[in-house]
Design a protein around this ligand. Structure first.
Ligand SMILES: Cc1cc2nc3c(=O)[nH]c(=O)nc-3n(C[C@H](O)[C@H](O)[C@H](O)COP(=O)(O)OP(=O)(O)OC[C@H]3O[C@@H](n4cnc5c(N)ncnc54)[C@H](O)[C@@H]3O)c2cc1C
Length: 400
């Protein structure tokens, strides 16, 4: 592009700073607006695999990511008394294994990406977009605080439940609920904890996991099958009470996790879903990352989609004079990758969260026969996501 050189990015998590990095490399002036008052630390364990890892390597970040990994040794399916049913050691393969080689906390990866962007990138925290006026030669943006500003392009990267997306794309993008509620929180680490991720199924479609982190604490999840919309309107206190009811007699470490509910403020409660958007661009505005094509945590692909999408969108913007061609190129290259990522195995997520004791026995028996094909089919994308199923274009000749 010759005359479209300023871009506003809404959202500073994974895809936003990655896009900023690449567009700055191609000579663009980049501004990022983030609703949170500061970069959010820690949070859930995510992994970087396949083409996502290749993009991280092209950003010279692979070693830094490896240095910040959680050190998870693998994933262990456990009984109520904590004894192991089956163990899956961390994978050294780029694409398979419940525990990938590059397991990192989301906030730690965001920090590495932000630190990798040059000083010329302007970060605005504690603000968000309230109105968007998309004109033929610029896009005018109003904010919660401060003056309106005009940019050549706007990229919306502010997550699955993006409100900014609605300002441009209305109700066309939909969220497909997957029938599973998942809650994430940090709990104290005890001497009985190890660096193995633990996975426990309780009857009634309830699952708990405990995973190590780099902060001397443990990242816990509590998941349960639930009809879409059933718990969307709960206040934080109601969410905690629901979890207490659901997990009161679930066994294993349930009581320990529930005891932590009042000590920490970082409970994140969501109904997991996938974003289905018929198009990722309108005028001078594009969608990226979870805001465009969230595949859900059970796909194991969110981080790879965010990193690869940022790389491809920036490369296509730099490679084309007209932003409409750039956005078309981005969709053409990314759609097949996204479609594969969003294809969950039949029966997911119910199959990994059985309702009955017999179902749990069957799941554990499948786990026990090892990392066999049969179990990979049940574990599905979670164990071997299609993270490398894209031919990454080479945009290195466009770097300034
Ligand atoms: C528990 C869990 C486990 C996961 N595990 C994996 C995994 O193993 N592998 C994997 O690849 N992926 C995983 N994911 C998915 C991965 O975390 C996401 O796909 C990825 O973070 C998407 O990045 P993003 O930048 O598009 O959006 P997000 O990470 O959702 O970030 C959106 C950003 O926008 C900000 N924001 C929100 N609203 C506004 C607004 N109005 N204005 C400005 N800013 C706003 C938010 O504060 C946030 O910083 C997991 C997700 C979860 C929840």
């Amino acid at each position: 592009m010759t005359d479209t050189k300023t871009v506003l990015i809404s959202g500073a998590s994974i895809a936003g700073p990655a896009l900023a990095y690449w567009l700055a490399e191609y000579g663009w002036n980049v501004t990022i607006v983030e609703r949170a008052n500061e970069l959010r630390d820690g949070e859930q364990n995510i992994d970087v695999r396949g083409a996502g890892r290749t993009v991280a390597r092209r950003m010279n970040l692979e070693d830094a990511i490896r240095g910040a990994t959680t050190g998870e040794l693998g994933t262990e399916f456990v009984r109520s008394d904590g004894s192991a049913i089956a163990r899956f050691p961390a994978s050294t393969s780029d694409t398979s294994g419940a525990t990938a080689e590059l397991e990192i906390l989301r906030g730690d990866l965001a920090r590495l990406l932000v630190d990798a962007t040059p000083d010329t990138v302007e970060y605005v925290f504690g603000n968000s977009i309230t109105a968007i006026d998309d004109q033929p030669d610029h896009v005018r943006v109003s904010f919660d605080h401060g003056d309106d500003r005009a940019f050549d392009l706007l990229v919306i990267v502010d997550g699955m439940n993006s409100r900014t997306r609605r300002l441009v794309f209305g109700t066309a993008p939909t969220i497909r609920p997957l029938g599973l509620n998942t809650s994430y929180l940090t709990i104290p680490r005890t001497s009985a904890d190890s660096d193995w991720a633990k996975w426990f199924n309780a009857p009634g479609g309830r699952t708990m996991t405990l995973r190590p982190d780099t902060k001397g604490t443990i990242r816990a999840t509590m998941s349960f099958l639930s009809p879409p919309g059933a718990h969307d309107a709960l206040t934080p206190d109601q969410q905690k009470n629901l979890l207490r009811d659901k997990f009161a007699h679930a066994g294993w470490e349930a009581q320990r996790i529930l005891d932590s509910l009042d000590q920490k403020e970082d409970l994140y409660f969501e109904h997991i879903g996938q974003v289905k958007a018929p198009t990722w661009a309108s005028g001078r505005v594009a969608l990226l990352g979870d805001a465009a094509y969230c595949a859900s945590p059970i796909s194991g692909m969110g981080t790879s989609l965010a990193l690869v999408g940022a790389y491809v969108l920036a490369g296509e913007i730099a490679a084309h004079v007209d932003h409409r061609d750039a956005f078309r190129g981005y969709e053409r290259i990314m759609r097949p990758y996204v479609n594969q990522a969003q294809q969950l195995p039949p029966g997911a997520p119910r199959i990994a969260n059985p309702r009955t004791r017999i179902g749990i026995v069957a799941l554990n028996a499948a786990a026990k026969i090892g990392a066999s094909r049969a179990f990979s089919a049940i574990g599905g994308k979670f164990f071997s996501p299609p993270a490398d199923k894209i031919d990454l274009p080479d945009y290195s000749h466009l770097v300034h």
